[in-house]
Design a protein around this ligand. Structure first.
Ligand code: PBG
Length: 327
């Protein structure tokens, strides 16, 4: 045989669907997916979110129904976001036992809490009248330590309403430690914390601010969320701190534009790594698909496979139920 023919032929392992399926190194599983859901107080019909076709702000009833569908499809977890009727500077509804998020947690946990992990986003921006993630100083900065006290109280209210895992997303320094201490002090030492650890000040959150009605009225979140251009070491420092404060699992957010951070976390830490495929990632694919420019299902699957391949054990995605059904 003449030497001009290759001995090594990677194509041999790609010859048919059965061979490719067997050789696939990355597999999506419904239990790895977490569905973010919005519930709004005081509405009688689900409200579509214009910038996220297919996503709605739920009523209590429609939330229960969608939670059931996710559980039936085998989705691993739900993360709830609440939109209260009344907002104020301290986000009082966030830790009110009768606040919309606590009401929804009780509803959903009673209904599907045995078969799916029910959790809530722990933050203030959906609850403050100014749209900021914390308590403001007179000059309009987010007061880190005053905000920690609020987060501790909110986490406790959520857990007491049935949240099975606390997910603090505000990027305040010390938030994991403050919440851990509050939970432990109240006898909830067994409730894990999924920390939003490397969360970037991202334009990809645009559609979420419509869905959760939480756009900041002035300023932005760049004094607490990470700069997209910041060095990798900054993310690694955040992950070391969160683990030292007691985080049980860590998250990178957004996902597709931050695969390098996901891969670094996977290499550095020995806890589960989650990634949040955020609203803008969802909107980009839905918008391109609605225009007929891309193959919607293939693109959704490919984006999730890429996030998994980079090292995410868990993926938060608005497509969780649809994808779980397809798998
Ligand atoms: C904060 C929070 C945000 C998202 C999840 N939790 C908004 C923000 O930080 O500005 C964004 C999620 C998405 O874009 O899908 N409560």
């Amino acid at each position: 045989m003449s030497a001009q023919y290759p001995v090594a032929r990677p194509r041999r392992l790609r010859r048919g669907p059965a061979l490719r399926r067997m050789m696939a190194g990355t597999r999506l599983h419904p239990a790895d997916l977490i569905l973010p859901m919005f519930v709004k107080e005081g509405i009688t019909e689900p409200q579509p979110v214009a910038s996220m076709p297919g996503v709605v702000q739920h009523t209590r009833d429609s939330l229960r129904k969608a939670a059931h569908e996710a559980a039936e499809a085998g989705v691993g977890g739900l993360i709830l976001f609440g939109i209260p009727e009344v907002k104020d500077a301290r986000g009082s509804a966030a830790d009110d036992p009768h606040g919309i998020l606590q009401v929804a947690l009780r509803d959903v946990n009673a209904e599907v809490g045995d078969s799916i992990v029910v959790m809530a986003d722990t933050c203030l921006d959906e609850f403050t009248d100014n749209g900021h993630c914390g308590i403001l100083t007179p000059s309009g900065d987010v007061d880190n330590d005053a905000t920690l006290e609020r987060y501790a109280s909110i986490a406790l209210a959520q857990v007491e309403a049935g949240s099975q895992m606390v997910a603090p997303s505000g990027m305040m320094d010390g938030q994991v430690g403050a919440i851990r201490a509050a939970l432990d002090g109240a006898g909830h030492g067994n409730v894990p914390i999924l920390a939003y650890t490397a969360k970037y000040a991202s334009a990809f959150y645009g559609p979420f601010r419509e869905a959760a009605e939480c756009a900041p009225q002035f300023g932005d979140r760049s004094t607490h969320q990470q700069d997209p251009a910041g060095p990798l070491e900054e993310a690694l420092r955040e992950v070391r701190l969160d683990l030292a404060e007691g985080a049980d699992a860590v998250m990178v957010k957004p996902a597709l534009a931050y695969l390098d951070i996901i891969a670094s976390f996977r290499a550095e830490v020995d806890v589960p790594v989650a990634a949040y495929q955020v609203s803008g990632e969802y909107a980009m694919i839905e918008a391109a698909a609605a225009n007929g420019w891309v193959d919607r299902e293939r693109m959704i699957t490919e984006s999730l496979v890429a996030i998994k391949r980079a090292g995410a054990d868990l993926i938060l995605t608005y497509w969780a139920t649809e994808v779980a059904r397809r798998l």
